[in-house]
Design a protein around this ligand. Structure first.
Ligand SMILES: Cc1cc2nc3c(=O)[nH]c(=O)nc-3n(C[C@H](O)[C@H](O)[C@H](O)COP(=O)(O)OP(=O)(O)OC[C@H]3O[C@@H](n4cnc5c(N)ncnc54)[C@H](O)[C@@H]3O)c2cc1C
Length: 389
């Protein structure tokens, strides 16, 4: 279907011929699930036993999906994208942290990133993953409203304090802060902390944004309750809508516990839920600042259509679109060239720390056939346009 996202000249305007070829080879390989499984295992093995594979990973998949090892490394990419009106959101990789020292290090890192991005109009948001600030088992207990013992309570107070330190820094520097959504088992605790932060910091302007995963069957009820709760009367809600990244894990967990899966039964149900989420957002736009985080063209087109219906400017302050760096450039760059507020999540960190993220990207692009196919078709179209094929 031809639409605003079909313009590959605009979509890949920052990619050199070499980078386009690399993207072609990458998505071709990623499309092969057996190969992905094999290379994933081999890479994990090679990294564990310190085989010198880092330069190969760096030149291939890392450079395609990540901005660099440090904030400074990312600056050329940030500037190039901003020349095309695409903003960046720096995402420092923090997976697998599980000690109090690591949580404190992570807190310091998140605060230093806010310090780095303050006053940079090309980086309007910061982001963090909640379980990088505290033990996952505590998030689970709090989510289930289980009683904590004294030492757990002391540790949970530290988590609340770390949340507050990140959000208050964001508030002080006037940087919007995105809180990622995670697995259902930990999400109640995250939602409660996010609302607590919104009550404190989202009074005059939206600073704190919580993420709502619309692949969950219960999220429309959650949204309704959130907005009708009288304690939230003075809150300007920051909401990032996504479909959700942990479908298989959630389904496996539910099946192992012999309980109903919290995830919609079909892709169509998730899409319908996502659309209802969009309807909810626009109906309540006076109280919501919104990020549509998706690579789904239909969802983006629906938001654009609704913005028209509600007579909003394309660059309305309260509507943002977000995609991941290295994916769906046809959406990001064409949105930005039409003056919609658009950002790319730009992960950075060491190759070793980013491996889980890169493996997820490979697996996601393997399992979501449509996505890989679409990326490849667009790359091929652009290579033909440049007479490279
Ligand atoms: C900027 C950005 C930030 C993100 N932040 C988060 C985050 O904080 N937390 C998080 O969990 N995810 C996050 N994601 C990932 C997101 O949740 C999706 O996994 C991803 O974007 C793919 O969904 P889509 O809307 O782009 O499009 P699509 O490709 O149309 O949808 C794929 C998604 O549909 C759902 N789905 C697929 N098959 C089925 C099925 N059979 N039954 C039910 N549902 C199905 C799954 O959620 C799957 O990921 C983020 C994505 C972006 C772009």
């Amino acid at each position: 279907m031809n639409n605003i996202f079909s313009d590959t000249k605009e979509a890949f305007s920052l990619k050199t011929d070499f980078e386009l070829k690399r993207a072609y080879v990458l998505f071709k390989i990623i499309g092969n699930s057996t190969f992905v499984k094999l290379t994933t295992s081999l890479t994990k093995f090679a990294l564990k036993f310190h085989f010198p594979v880092t330069p190969i990973i760096k030149l291939s998949v890392f450079d395609h999906f990540c901005g660099g090892v440090s904030e400074e490394d990312c600056v050329p990419v940030i500037n190039k994208m901003f020349n095309k009106n695409v903003h960046s959101v720096l995402d420092f990789s923090t997976e697998g942290f599980d000690s109090e020292k690591e949580f404190d290090d992570c807190l310091r890192k998140k605060i230093s990133i806010i310090e780095f991005v303050k006053n940079k109009k090309e980086i309007p948001f910061a982001v963090f993953k909640p379980t990088c600030l505290g033990r996952t088992d505590l998030f689970k207990k709090v989510s289930k409203h289980e009683k904590l013992n004294d030492s757990e309570k002391a540790l949970w107070d530290k988590v609340i304090n770390r949340f507050d330190l990140v959000c208050s820094k964001a508030f002080k520097e006037n940087i919007k802060i995105l809180i990622d959504a995670e697995e259902v088992e930990v999400q109640n605790a995250i939602d409660d902390l996010a609302i607590k932060m919104m009550r404190k910091y989202n009074v005059d302007t939206p600073i704190v944004y919580n993420t709502v995963q619309m692949y969950r069957k219960d999220r429309l009820v959650y949204l309704d309750e959130m907005i009708s709760n009288k304690s939230n009367n003075d809150v300007i809600f920051g909401l990032k809508l996504v479909r959700g990244a942990y479908m298989e894990k959630e389904r496996n967990l539910a099946s192992s516990m012999n309980i109903e899966s919290p995830i919609c039964e079909s892709k169509q149900d998730t899409d319908n839920n996502f659309n209802s989420g969009l309807d909810f957002v626009f109906k309540n736009l006076k109280r919501i600042s919104f990020v549509c985080a998706s690579h789904n063209e239909d969802s983006i087109l629906k938001v654009m259509e609704m913005m028209k219906t509600y007579k909003l400017n394309t660059n309305d302050n309260n509507i943002w679109f977000g995609q991941l760096y290295g994916m769906s450039d046809n959406i990001s760059f064409n949105l930005a060239s039409n003056n919609y507020n658009t950002f790319k999540i730009l992960p950075f960190g060491s190759v070793k720390n980013l491996m889980p993220y890169l493996i997820r990207r490979a697996e996601e692009n393997t399992s979501v056939q449509g996505q890989t196919g679409r990326e490849l078709q667009l790359i091929i179209k652009e290579r033909k346009r440049r007479s490279l094929l």
